[in-house]
Design a protein around this ligand. Structure first.
Ligand code: GLC
Length: 476
């Protein structure tokens, strides 16, 4: 039995203090926590997948375009439909093909992603697994367990598996939406049709479904989401929910979205209101949405999630695709700031992936094929450089590699480093292995300067790798 399992069992047996919230993490030392987080910190690149009943509706309701921008996984909310009419329209359009999951897994793998987080249930409440506690699930309506299919396909490609799970639930007849003015609900303006509701019964449903999902042993549980006025223990019995996961899966990594408090790293209800602090009781990492914190979040684990156009779930009407080059710059920028990039695809109702998303992932994948070592397993080196970004990786206790990611070639071709050294080792173009001159330059105050070849054209970022014997800058 592993030490972490023992610790989790010990926690189970220990009487819980009545006032202070019990720690949701097993009694971990910083070193144990580092070990648990290591694969995730090394990965830097994951694929997010938003896929469910809304995917087949594709941003259209009753023949009308619901919107050309924003998250069409919220379509039920936008059109204020109850579950019966939503399901009636959406179910016939949700027809997963036989091999969809294998396509996703191969796409993610070829792009250089190390993990995939997919929606096991979004706010509409439709469960993608075969659930015993509801008929609003893939098992009942398709006689398939889509979570099992996706998980198997991802594992076959050696990818880590993350379960997005919405605690907000628009379908459950006991979910007390009136307790929050800030969380979305399609019928928020209406009184409960049943007269009254018992949120505890919804929580029993939530706990039961999470239990069913844990059988698949996800590496990540990605909760979504809470508001200042409805969060934590009051809204989701969050301490207990996280404990349930940790007891079953001591190595699992979870985000902080069962909470919306300052201790959990949230500054506001805005998607850009984050604080660089996170008490591990509230989760392992912070989730900036649709943006990169300008200075990263030193000392805290974080992951930027981002769409390729403006919607998470598939829409026929959103054509605002970000160029692949911008997405690649984001991956490098985030890695150089010590975070992870969770880049989203929104497959259609049959599970097929939009060609624009495939093309962008292929561009990133081709770059990763040549330059992946400058991303995977790296940590931040210098703050933003005028010409691009930098990452670092130890080679041995006293040698390391510095990676310079050149976004823009300086007109004189000189990359001036903010340090005088880095001239004792080899300096190469990572993709070709071609050696480059690096020297201490008196004109640059003795700084190390790499001279790029005049013929080198920089379109997608070009990586220079310098082996050196300097102690590494501090970082996690
Ligand atoms: C928000 C949205 C949701 C999306 C998520 C991704 O919480 O409600 O639709 O799944 O962000 O981060």
């Amino acid at each position: 039995m592993r030490a972490a399992t023992l610790a989790a069992l010990a926690l189970l047996a220990a009487p819980l203090a009545s006032q202070t919230p019990p720690a949701t993490t097993p009694a971990e030392t910083p070193l144990q926590r580092d070990a648990r987080m290591q694969w995730w910190r090394d990965a830097h690149f994951g694929l997010f997948v938003h896929w469910g009943l809304y995917s087949g509706l594709a941003g259209t309701w009753d023949g009308k375009v619901v919107g050309t921008k924003g998250g069409m996984e919220w379509i039920q909310h936008y059109v204020k439909a109850d579950t019966a009419s939503y399901a009636k329209a959406a179910l016939p359009m949700f027809r997963p093909s036989a091999g969809f999951a294998v396509q996703w897994a191969k796409l993610a793998k070829a792009a250089g992603c190390q993990y995939v987080v997919f929606t096991t249930k979004h706010h509409d409440g439709f469960a993608l697994h075969d659930s015993k506690v509801t008929d609003f699930d893939a098992g009942s309506v398709l006689e398939r367990d889509l979570v099992a299919e996706i998980t198997a396909a991802l594992r076959a490609e050696g990818l880590k598996v993350g379960f997005y799970h919405s605690v907000i639930d628009w379908h459950h007849d006991q979910y007390e939406y009136a307790r929050s003015q800030q969380l979305p609900h399609p019928r928020r303006d209406d009184a409960y049709p049943e007269g009254s509701r018992d949120h505890g019964k919804y929580l029993d449903h939530l706990f039961a479904q999470v239990g069913e999902l844990l059988v698949h042993q996800p590496d990540i549980v990605w909760w979504d989401y809470s508001s200042i006025d409805f969060q934590g223990d009051a809204a989701w019995r969050a301490t207990e929910l996280m404990q349930k996961v940790r007891q079953r899966l001591p190595a699992a990594i979870m985000n902080n979205r069962l909470y919306r408090s300052r201790e959990a790293g949230w500054a506001s209800m805005g998607t850009d209101g984050y604080l660089p602090q996170l008490d591990p009781r509230f989760g392992d990492f912070i989730t900036p949405e649709q943006h990169v914190p300008p200075n990263g979040m030193p000392g805290v684990d974080w992951e930027t999630c981002m769409t390729m156009n403006t919607t998470w779930g598939y829409s026929d009407h959103d054509t605002a695709w970000k160029p692949a080059k911008e997405l690649l710059h984001n991956l490098i920028d985030i890695t150089a700031k010590g975070g992870n990039f969770l880049l989203n695809i929104g497959p259609r109702g049959d599970g097929s992936v939009p060609t624009e998303s495939i093309a962008a992932l292929q561009t990133i994948g081709a770059w990763m094929q040549q330059n992946g070592e400058a991303i995977l397993g790296t940590r931040p080196a210098f703050a933003d450089l005028p010409f691009g970004r930098s990452t670092r990786k130890p080679l041995s206790p006293n040698r390391a590699k510095l990676y310079l990611h050149v976004f823009e070639k300086p007109t004189d071709g000189r990359l001036v480093l903010p340090a005088a050294d880095y001239v004792d080792g080899t300096c190469r173009l990572l993709a070709s292995g071609a050696a480059l001159p690096v020297s201490k330059d008196a004109a640059a105050g003795g700084a190390a300067v790499v001279q790029l070849p005049a013929s080198l054209v920089v379109d997608l970022p070009v990586v220079i790798a310098i082996e050196h014997g300097l102690p590494l800058p501090a970082g996690k």
